[in-house]
Write a protein that binds this ligand. Structure first.
Ligand code: UD1
Length: 432
């Protein structure tokens, strides 16, 4: 398994190109299952999660082509997807266990073919993450659902029927899955208390470009008039706000200055406000953000994760790491997932001063210095928190289990190196 070696201490200065959003791309890929025509996605990130989703679609019978492309002079990928006819309606355990987002095939297959068999994803490192809301919503639309041998068997006689669904809690996954089902359902579907994350807006934009009729995009009430058929479309994937927020934290923690190119400031209002409150200078244009912490003394801030437009849970670990070197105390409260402080014990090994209270909150007290250590994380975003700590720690930090980072950070070492980090990947073939 590869490792990442960092020598801490360099302030990061320069420009970083922000890739297309993984969490937008994954449902967009699955939306292509809704039509027999070609859906082409540009600004796609090159990540292991995208490869995993492509492998699942190929298993289902989708023909996929990829092309090298450029956005603002930066190399990206364009993928085209065509599912003339699905040849399988099953998302097997081996695919789903590698990537939970495989469950996004459920809504589209059920809507187009009236059937789908999906391995239940089970829990993960950050919490239990059930699918009950996805399933009960689809049942309200007329689906018959049975759970057997670890699989969800979903079927509907004829087309799904429009329904008035009020989500009991805000769920990104359930909103995307039910939205993809509703576009081909008979009649009108109203989704209330829907998630408003920018990735859902991106999905709705693609679906409308394919001929769907969705209103209320960007709000918590989506109204969908079902259509009988969708057609192909060309769509550019929105920039990754979590990648942008992670590199913003890297600029701040190293007291450097980074311009995030191709980033969308309106998708990061809360995190940028937190940075400003800490004492970081933040400047924005329509598609770039400059984070300038040069010569600044940063002051700790309290953060609480919430559904969009609140502070994203996917930036909690990175901002907690940032607070480790700020003056004073910061309270970090996690309200979305029940087990999302797994990075703290590793950060303590590097000299941080953090107290976790139960599962929901942590107090971070700023320290003068951190020291490098071998560390490993249990999930993607927590791994980036360790990278941040390594960037400012004295001496050498080795981050193990790099495959977590490869799921969500395109060209991580290349991007950090280009702004002055002393970082390298150690390739290891240890037979694991
Ligand atoms: C998505 C993101 C993930 C992000 C999360 C919250 C993708 C691929 N993943 O995950 O990176 O951290 O949104 O912004 O886009 N819940 C239920 N029952 C359900 C569904 C969800 O209880 O049927 C709970 C979850 O356990 C969690 C909360 O609702 O506590 C929010 O989860 P949800 O928004 O659905 O997250 P995901 O879509 O899984």
């Amino acid at each position: 398994m590869d490792k990442i070696k960092i020598h801490g201490g360099n302030a990061l200065n320069g420009k970083i190109f922000i890739s297309g959003a993984k969490n937008a791309a994954l449902p967009l890929i699955c939306a292509s299952l809704l039509t027999d025509e070609t859906v082409t996605l540009t600004n796609m990130p090159m990540l292991s999660d995208i490869k995993a989703m492509n492998a699942l679609l190929e298993y289902l019978g989708t023909a996929i082509n990829d092309f090298d492309d450029f956005v603002d002079g930066h190399a990206t990928k364009t993928y085209s997807y065509r599912t003339k006819e699905a040849t399988s309606f099953t998302a097997p355990y081996d695919y789903v266990r590698k990537m939970r987002a495989s469950y996004y095939v459920l809504g589209p297959l059920l809507a187009r073919y009236g059937k789908c068999e999906l391995s239940l994803p089970g829990g993960c490192a950050i919490g239990a993450r059930p699918m009950d809301i996805h399933l009960s919503s689809l049942e309200q639309m007329g689906a018959h659902i049975e759970i057997k041998n670890g699989y969800i068997n979903a079927e509907v006689d004829g087309r799904l029927k429009g329904a008035h669904i009020i989500f009991p809690i805000v769920s990104v996954g359930a909103t995307c899955n039910v939205l993809m089902a509703a576009v081909l359902a008979e009649g009108e579907t109203i989704l209330e208390n829907a998630a408003k994350e920018p990735e859902i807006g991106d999905l709705a934009d693609l679906l409308n470009a394919m001929g769907a009729q969705i209103e209320g995009i960007g709000t918590s009430k989506l109204t969908i008039n079902g259509v009988e058929k969708l057609h192909g479309a060309l769509h550019k994937v929105i920039a990754d706000r979590i990648e942008a927020g992670s590199y913003a934290a890297a600029a701040a923690i190293t007291r450097g200055c980074i311009e995030l190119i191709n980033a969308r400031p309106e998708t990061l209002s809360r995190p940028l406000q937190v940075l400003r409150n800490m004492g970081v200078a933040v400047e924005t244009t329509d598609n770039s953000i400059i984070i300038d912490a040069r010569g600044k003394t940063l002051v700790g801030q309290d953060i609480m994760t919430e559904p969009f437009p609140g502070f994203p849970t996917d930036l909690q670990a990175q901002f907690l790491a940032l607070m480790m070197t700020a003056e004073g105390a910061s309270m970090v409260t996690e309200t979305i997932f029940e087990n999302r402080f797994m990075h703290v014990p590793e950060l303590l090994r590097m000299g941080a001063n953090i107290n976790v209270h139960g599962h929901a909150s942590a107090i971070v007290r700023g320290v003068k210095k951190l020291s490098g250590a071998p560390v490993m994380a249990t999930d993607l975003r927590a791994s980036f928190a360790l990278i941040l700590a390594g960037l400012v720690a004295e001496g050498e930090t080795i981050v193990n289990r790099v495959y977590h980072l490869d799921r969500g950070y395109e060209k991580l070492e290349e991007k950090l190196k280009s702004v002055g980090a002393d970082i390298e990947r150690i390739k290891e073939d240890d037979g694991e």
